[in-house]
Design a protein around this ligand. Structure first.
Ligand code: 5GP
Ligand code: MG
Ligand code: MG
Length: 183
């Protein structure tokens, strides 16, 4: 696919590469401060959080360990059901650990709510959440999210890890799709 084809699929850029990197640096500074003197395990939720994990991890100054999970939300189409299946579990024993879940986006919050409860049942010291994007208008559960990059309108976005039919994950910015792509 030519670069020009990708550009034609996009309606507008919501956050540029520079804006994302700037915000991630700020979040990393907060996380460094909050976890000072404690060992942190950051848990990336595949596949969407790959970009955020990679950039956040490199922006942190403290030692962190990294692990990954893959989950799939049961339910049809784009609606999250809150019933989650673990496709790939952590390799780390969470007992006594400080855990920070890293996500690309929180929409209804159902997936993260399930995941947080699941991780809390494994005996960690703490479990917090960091997400690059959040859609407050789409929230279906009350979820405590300690680190939020950007609150965005209730619109479907792609790029920087986020896909539409597995495409656009590799964009280094976040944008909205042109209607001809999904109609
Ligand atoms: P939730 O359980 O919070 O409703 O669903 C979260 C998951 O839905 C995200 O991890 C992501 O995979 C998907 N999702 C929600 N909103 C968007 C969006 O605007 N764009 C893309 N590409 N995926 C989204
Ligand atoms: Mg995700
Ligand atoms: Mg997806």
């Amino acid at each position: 696919m030519e670069t020009s084809d990708v550009q034609a699929d996009l309606k507008h850029v919501l956050y540029s590469r520079e804006q994302i990197q700037q915000r991630i640096a700020e979040l990393a500074a907060d996380i460094d401060k909050d976890y000072e003197g404690r060992e942190l395990l950051i848990v990336g939720v595949l596949k969407g959080a790959v970009m955020v994990m990679a950039d956040l991890a490199r922006a942190l100054h403290s030692h962190v360990k990294m692990d990954w999970m893959a989950v799939s939300s049961y339910g049809s189409g784009t609606q999250s059901s809150g019933v989650v299946r673990i496709l790939k579990d952590l390799e780390t024993d969470l007992m006594g650990k400080h855990v920070l879940i890293v996500e690309d986006i929180i929409d209804s919050g159902l997936t993260l709510s399930w995941l947080k409860t699941n991780l809390l049942s494994r005996g960690p010291a703490t479990v917090e959440i960091c997400t690059l994007l959040r859609k407050p208008a789409a929230a279906k559960v009350d979820l405590d999210v300690k680190y939020v990059g950007f609150d965005i309108p209730n619109e479907f976005v792609v790029g920087y890890g986020l896909d539409f039919a597995e495409k656009y994950r590799n964009l280094d910015f976040v944008g909205t799709l042109a209607p001809h792509v999904y109609e």
